[in-house]
Ligand binder design. Structure first.
Ligand SMILES: [Fe+2]
Ligand SMILES: [Fe+2]
Length: 362
């Protein structure tokens, strides 16, 4: 059954809150843009920002306003100053945690491409791909695809933020990669569309953002990381480093994902997204490391440490994601969030000042 086009391509439905901060933001977004209170009375220093559901959802809520927006939410919220200020506070916590997680990678004398190769070679995370290839059952594979749908249904978009921020060889290389990601301008070849085929074959909702509510903090963190790097020009080096690490660790795992689906009896429509990446990313990794990141650093040498920081951060957060899935499955649990939990009531109420008291939109 075909779904309405507007649901397929977004905006997504506002997710359910996961704590006082996200509850306050969700409640505010249901009204026309207005100032948020300066002090939300919420602890913004969680012990583990990567697993803090409230922090990660709040960041995701804010970032999505720069992508497709949220269904029924006034588009002017995108640049509402007090919401941006709240986002900035959350970002400081998140970025500090990322820098603590990976430290400050040093740039080897051989250059930034060699540094990227070193980081990838040293990546000793558990092999989620091997599990999916050899052992995962259908339920677990569907979970994996559900997690990844948050990104793959907008595949490549976060890295496109870099395009207007670059010139010269790095820009040309990024365009070459992104052109493939967007199917060379053919809708049916766009990677996001190929992934829609995988979701469909696995009997999962193919709508944009359909699975945000069941995606745990660590899954949102893998997405928020890209948005953080993408939306800040000062982090353009980290954004390109992230993309390079992504491409350099993609070809073999994607072969394994495709093989896992074939083992479970799925056809080429289900595996096309993964099969496409086996060849494409073997090429992209060379372009990303040498032409794109190397090209950037030749023009802006001071950005070399940022490139390696972005790559290391991407690899580290992906490791946390893999550990979460594998530990959940080893314990006989779902790696997704349960959706039956009731919405968390806001402990702070965000309302406009009386003169601009907003009517509810939805
Ligand atoms: Fe792709
Ligand atoms: Fe790629």
């Amino acid at each position: 059954m075909s779904e309405p086009a507007d649901r397929r391509y977004g905006p997504a439905t506002l997710p359910t809150a996961r704590g006082p901060l996200s509850a306050a933001v969700v409640a505010a977004l249901r009204h026309p843009p207005h100032d948020l209170p300066v002090d939300l009375g919420v602890d913004l220093y969680p012990t583990d920002p990567f697993t803090d559901e409230d922090l990660q959802l709040t960041l995701f809520l804010c970032y999505e306003l720069h992508y497709r927006g949220w269904r029924g939410v006034d588009e002017s919220w995108e640049w509402q100053p007090t919401l941006l200020a709240l986002r900035a506070r959350c970002e400081r916590v998140f970025e500090a945690a990322l820098r603590r997680l990976v430290g400050a990678p040093s740039v080897p004398a051989a250059g930034v491409a060699a540094g990227l190769a070193d980081l990838v070679a040293a990546d000793d995370g558990p092999s989620l791909a091997a599990t999916l290839q050899r052992r995962a059952d259908l339920t677990q594979f569907r979970e994996f695809v559900t997690h990844r749908s948050v990104y793959h249904l907008r595949e490549a978009d976060p890295h496109s933020w870099a395009l207007p921020r670059l010139g010269g060889p790095a820009k040309a290389a990024l365009v070459e990669i992104q052109t493939d990601e967007y199917g060379n301008g053919r809708l049916d070849r766009m990677h996001a569309e190929l992934f829609r085929g995988t979701l469909d074959r696995l009997g999962l909702d193919t709508a944009y953002g359909a699975h945000v509510d069941v995606a745990p903090a660590v899954t949102l963190a893998t997405n928020n990381l890209m948005s953080l790097f993408g939306l800040h020009r000062r982090l353009r080096g980290a954004l390109l480093g992230h993309l390079a690490a992504f491409e350099m660790t993609s070809s073999l795992p994607n072969r394994r994902y495709g093989n896992g689906l074939r083992r479970l009896g799925f056809d080429e429509v289900a595996t096309r997204f993964y099969d496409e990446h086996v060849e494409a990313d073997a090429v992209h990794e060379q372009i990303a490391a040498h032409d794109m990141c190397g090209g950037l650093v030749r023009v802006e040498p001071a950005l070399a440490p940022d490139v390696l920081f972005g790559a290391a951060a991407g690899l580290a957060v992906d490791r946390l994601f893999a550990v979460h899935l594998l530990n959940s499955w080893a314990a006989g649990r779902s790696s997704l969030r349960a959706t039956a939990t009731p919405a968390v009531p806001p402990t702070v109420s965000i309302v406009a000042s009386p003169e601009v008291a907003p009517p509810a939109l939805v």
